[in-house]
Write a protein that binds this ligand. Sequence first.
Ligand code: ADP
Ligand code: ASP
Ligand code: MG
Length: 699
Amino acid sequence: MLSVMKFGGTSVASATNISRMMDIVAERAASSRVILVLSAISGCTDALITVAGGAPDAAGEIKSRHLAIIRRLFTGEERLAAEKEFLELFGEMLSSPKEETVTYGELFSTRIVARKLSLEGYNTRWLDSRKLIIANDDDATVTNIKAATEDSSVGIFVAPGFIAGTPEGGVTTLGRGGSDFSAAIYAAAVKADALQIWTDVPGFMTANPKTVVSARTIPEMSYEDALALASKGAKVLYAPTVAPAMESGIGIEIRNTFAPGGAYTLISGAHSSNTSGWIGLTSARHGDECVITLVGTPDGGTAARIGPFLAKAGIAPGAVDVSSREVAVTVPWALDVRTQEALHREFFELRGDAGTIDLYIAGYGAVGKALIELISSRSAALSDLTGKRIRILGVGNSRGSLMDPDGLDVAEEGALPSANGLPSRDTAFVDEVLRIVQEGALFVDCTDSETIYKRYPELFAKGVGVISSNRRSLAIPYVEYAALKEAARREGVPFRYETTVGAALPVLESIARGAAVGDEIISLEAVVSCTLNQIFGEYSGTGRSFSALLRKAAEEGLTEKDPRLDLGGRDALRKLLILAREAAIPLEEKDVEIRSLAPAPGEDLYEALEKMEPFFREELSPRDGLRPRFVALLEKTRGGYRASISVRHVDSRHPAYNLEGTENAIIIKSGYHPYPLVIQGAGEGAIQAASSILNDILR
Ligand code: ADP
Ligand code: ASP
Ligand code: MG
């Protein structure tokens, strides 16, 4: 397999940038053979044109810039050899016919880089694009390239972009910006597994970021839309590049050399990601006018709005031409920037309609499924009641994911995530979401992953809020928890997790409201372990043994996979940490004293529990009008707070006395609530959890 990587002028403009580029190439070269296509260093082609035009002064600077790069990249003998090679080429350039002068920029850059790569130990071969790419002879081009790249012992081929040969044996160019095209020609000829165009911006953007600072990366683009924008002036991609890639079905990635892991664009046969029908805008100068083109599939109404909108902005366009996929606005050149900015603001920034909430749902277990069903069955009623429309743009679990930038039709897709080719890593879904997500969307964590929370800050940084039902990702050290909260606040995005304690019961909200207004907690009792509540309710001391009841609960799926975690108070601990922290009390796991019901590890759990039956009979039998409850307790003391988890016996006046089944109770005594606030009700269930998540989403 061969990958084609093309780096533009800025990416090779200095020794530092070349080193950066070589790191990126090295990573790819570790798993694939590479054809590396390079531009001339930035500004070089322009300077060569001046030289050819009879201004030899420009040659001096070309020479000194290349020599400076060589001096930084090589030492000793190698430096002498590199200088010698460059100076020979440079001399050849000076005496070349003037129509060939311009072709030397790519020869300079590629000879230097090829030499450096060999020195670094890569089996490198320089390809003479002038002999391989023959203008107007595709068949010869393909045959030549295939033959030249056959040798599988070569790890990296280095080829100059931009330049080509004529059928008569002469030298020519593929047009300004043509190195992109060279890369596509190489890629199509070898049926490359990837065509990457590395440049100085994060992908193909909604506008030229040097003109419109709020331009955003377009994560996915169709070949057609890329071609439309490129041919109307978007210089980031040379328009002829699209055809060879499209004909051979190779995706074009546009990536940023200066942020290799960041946002990028994938141009392929799929639909473009868009903002209400529009993909991007671009501008091209024609004399003292310029034509600004908006590309997309706008409905008639939006297109018709452009004229009046510009008039209101004080811009009088010469013409507004509307076609099915484009709107072209002609304005005087002096108004170019202002018009681009105004159109971008109107059609790409304010378009995000405030009534639509976009979701990516991670986790497709009982809760994830219930949530999707709830959203799909409530969608009509929701938009009537709240004016909000919810779109699910992605659903994923560790096995795979489904994505649709226009919203999944969840009612239709019977079998949601199935493997669709995504690698089965825990984080693959997050990676994919981070790549395509737009600001303002929400990420819903219905997984029980213990590490996924580490990715929340990346989501926050993209303007994406997180709604979580995953208590494992919140029962983390306090500093990490506080950092998450702080990161969300800093980015101004929601981070809510009401579901993590007591499912749909409004527990965290009540505590947070109290904390906000200075209502200090005196004591908080949480009877929140659904499993143990259920078992305690059934246990009489004379009927079935504790061990038997636990086994039944495990079979009903009520316990953790390892029921020792329930007995050890692990689940109650997580909930207590979350409760305390919501009240601004920085409780840590080590501060909580736990009286575990779990037997010592080692022995078979149920056998060990049978042996402990006398202990349970003593500890758990109802007696003297008291009933046992598994209570997580937080109490204010003189020095701070004391926290414990243990079995307590409560009398009939206690709110937890009458709890049934998996019911929960949270009893909060506080400065403002000397008669405690009691929140009691169903503490679990998929529909309860789903409804609570949906409320967090709508808030
Ligand atoms: P390279 O030398 O890497 O080929 P180019 O200068 O040819 O780079 O193309 C990248 C430049 O294209 C960016 O620096 C940016 O100013 C410009 N550009 C114009 N339109 C767009 C767009 N829609 N998205 C991104 N960049 C654009
Ligand atoms: N060096 C050529 C140019 O400046 C080709 C390229 O960079 O793509 O037009
Ligand atoms: Mg370019």
